[in-house]
Design a protein around this ligand. Sequence first.
Ligand code: NAX
Length: 328
Amino acid sequence: MKPPVTIAVTGAAGQICYSLLPRIAAGEMLGKDQPVILKLLELPIDQVQKAMRGVAMELEDCAFPLLQGLSLHAEAADAFKGANWCLLVGSKPRTKGMERADLLKDNGKIFVEQGKIIDEVAASDCRVVVVGNPCNTNCMIAANQAKRLPKENFTAMTRLDQNRARTQLAKKAGVKVTDVENIIIYGNHSPTMYANFNNAKVKGKAVTEVIKDRAWLEGEFLATVGKRGAAIIEARGSSSATSAANACIDHVRTLTTVGPDLHSIVVCSDGSYGFAKGVWASMAVKTVAYGKYEVIKDQPLTDFCKAKIKATNDELVGERDTVKEMLG
Ligand code: NAX
């Protein structure tokens, strides 16, 4: 049996974690032969802590063979201590009438604190995945606190957007999702994101050769992917949870499995593809070792792609300006 991997997860009483935690404990994220220890963090509020205890009771009742430890925390320093992975799902939701700038700043405070603490107490190989929104900027803020851990160990999640785009292309082309490859998300996890259909393939052929309806690709397809989160809230009355948890599983599993496939994660921009240096933007990466990725810098971009990337980059630069005093 391998030694266990310790995974700290924030927002443990929330709806994404309700779907995410059992899948981690069942071995779907790190493998069916990999024991795990879960350390769950929630706000130090009685009602919330109580709800987290309920989640923990259910995890116990699943009798997962791989779950070798489970602890509940109200203090970030306890939860992150010794963690090999920190999945930062918890964040402050946007409330009615709240300005986006206030949302960025309120969440920024959480990620300044959590980034600092992770850097101090987590395992030296710790990888951090930010799910809580606005996830690109939250990830930038947390990574900027790190002095010991390399910035590359911090990534944020756009895998849900990639999965959404893949399914929309598969439906339109009338093929299986596994027939669609190389659909990569560029930019912010927000409606400005760009799902780059130009380099995607269907059964090895360019998507644009298979789906000849260019107006659909440039219009309805991008709008459907960009506004899918809002459509789910409208239909379900609450935001994506199962699909977000699934995307987090995919994000980590792909990041720990070496292979040639390109996948979308949010990383620190070095200026590639026209993103401003230092903003955290989604782009194509390839996993080169467990938890290590290489940014793919040679994906060709049409003028249409460049204009889309400019728009999402402008938004990321604006977000960075809003939180500039939190960047350490
Ligand atoms: P919920 O509101 O159901 O749960 C969030 C939980 O986080 C709450 O229980 C809250 O008490 C906890 N929390 C808040 N601040 C915390 C802190 N400082 N430390 C620990 N816990 C804290 O939200 P849920 O639906 O689970 O979504 C969680 C986050 O994921 C939200 O920010 C949401 O916007 C974001 N999403 C990100 C996605 C992505 O693709 N990157 C997609 C899905 C989702 O929208």
